[in-house]
Every structure is written in C-alpha cells, then in structure tokens.
Design a protein around this ligand. Structure first.
Ligand code: CA
Length: 241
C-alpha cells in the first residue's frame, strides 16, 4: 500500500483529500504546517507528498528545497496562482508536478498514480543504469551527481532529469514536445516555454562557466546534446533568444 503525506494547513481541504485518498486505498499521513511536514517527509518516508505552497512555520518552497537534499520522493505542489513563474519556481526547487487550486480530485488522483509509477520505474531503472560520460562531463543516475573534469555541478532535480535525457540521446535532435512528454511527463501540454527556460538554466550552469558548447539549438526542431571541442561563441545563446 502506498503512503501519501498531505501537507496542508486548511483543515477542510486536508480532510477532503484524506477521505478521497483513503477511499482509493492509500495510507494517508497528515501535517498541518511546513516544519512538521518536513519532519514527516524525512522520518516517515512517504511514497509521495502533496505539498501546499502557503503554509505556516515554513513555506512549501522551503520544505521542498530541504526535502530534496535528502530524498527524491515525488512531490506534487498545490499552488493558489496559475502563472508560469510560480510553476517554474516550484519545479525548479525540485517538485515533480503542481496542481492549481481549486483542482478536480480526479486529476489529482491521476497525477498521484503517474507520480508513484514513475518513481518506481526510476528506482528500477537507476539500479541498472551506468554513469553517462561525454568529454569530461559525467552524470551518475544513481547518486544524482554531475561533474565536469571531476568538479561537481549542482543541478536541481528537473535540470538533472533534462540533462540525463539529453545525454542519453546524445547526437540526436530532440523536439521540445518530446522533452515535455518524456522529462515532464504531463501537465504542460503546449507550454514548451518551460523547456526553453530549463535549457537556459542548464547552459548557465554547464556551458557558460566551463566554456563548453554541449547543448545545441537545432533550428525549428529543438535541442541536441553533443560535446564540441571548440565552443561556438555565443551563437547558440542568440538562437535561443
Ligand atoms: Ca495553505
């Protein structure tokens, strides 16, 4: 039986979610503020977390940030606002998905199923997967570490997933839609700007400081990972707009 932790200070919503999830056969844990939510994530090791953004004691963003140092448990954030910057911020600090309030319970249940399934699939896949290497860059899918010439590069989980995907498809042009589907899985139908935002983050952490040209823009297609010996100064950044 999967255990789901609900971190939500609005009792009415927490109770509603608890009943719905129990009805679906999940074991439910509850926390009413950010601090006890973080404690429960770390101590009770739930299989999935539903995390409200606006919480007393500690914000959902901070809970997520701290939880991510210790665990890759799937986190679905509940946000009050529906704007891209909120979504990007939540996902950037390591949430796997978000729902905007008010939400349809069926949609949340569907996302919970996907989150649990993906997490299990990741666990199985990671154990069989080796370290990816390209021109001094190393990515370890088991320990979630990335380094260039032995020096660690700190990536958020989503940036890591994106780089992982690109490296696994090195030399192939991948479309933004493909990245949305395979890296984000759901929730961003048509909103390919998110991909461009994350490509920019990756370039800022990977290419710019190390003078590399590894993530190429393929005009009117998408992106391609390929370690080039000579950096094509600035060209890609301009294409990316
Ligand atoms: Ca709240």
């Amino acid at each position: 039986m999967s255990r789901i932790l609900i971190v939500e200070d609005e009792k009415r919503i927490a109770r509603f979610l608890e009943l719905e999830l129990q009805h679906e056969g999940y074991e439910v844990l509850l926390a009413e503020d950010g601090r006890s939510g973080l404690d429960k994530i770390l101590q009770d090791r739930p299989d999935l977390v539903i995390l409200d953004l606006m919480l007393p004691e500690m914000s959902g963003i901070e809970v997520c940030r701290r939880a991510r140092r210790e665990t890759d448990v799937p986190i679905i954030m509940l946000t009050a606002k529906d704007d891209v910057s909120d979504k990007v911020m939540g996902l950037d600090i390591g949430a796997d998905d978000y729902m905007t309030k008010p939400f349809a319970i069926e949609e949340l249940l569907a996302r919970i199923r996907v989150g649990l399934k993906k997490h299990r699939a990741d666990g199985v896949g990671a154990a069989h997967e080796g370290v990816l290497r390209a021109g001094g860059l190393e990515l370890d899918p088991v320990s979630y570490e990335v380094s260039y010439q032995g020096k660690a590069i700190n990536l958020t989980k989503k940036e890591f997933d994106l780089l992982h995907y690109l490296m696994a498809h090195a030399g192939e042009a991948v479309t933004r839609e493909q990245l949305l589907k395979d890296v984000w899985e759901y929730g961003f139908a048509g909103d390919t700007n998110v991909v461009d935002v994350y490509i920019r983050y990756l370039r800022q952490k990977l290419d710019v400081p190390h003078h590399l040209h590894s993530i190429h823009t393929i005009r009117s297609v998408g992106y391609m990972f390929r370690m080039d010996a000579d950096r094509d100064e600035g060209k890609d950044a301009q294409e990316n707009g």
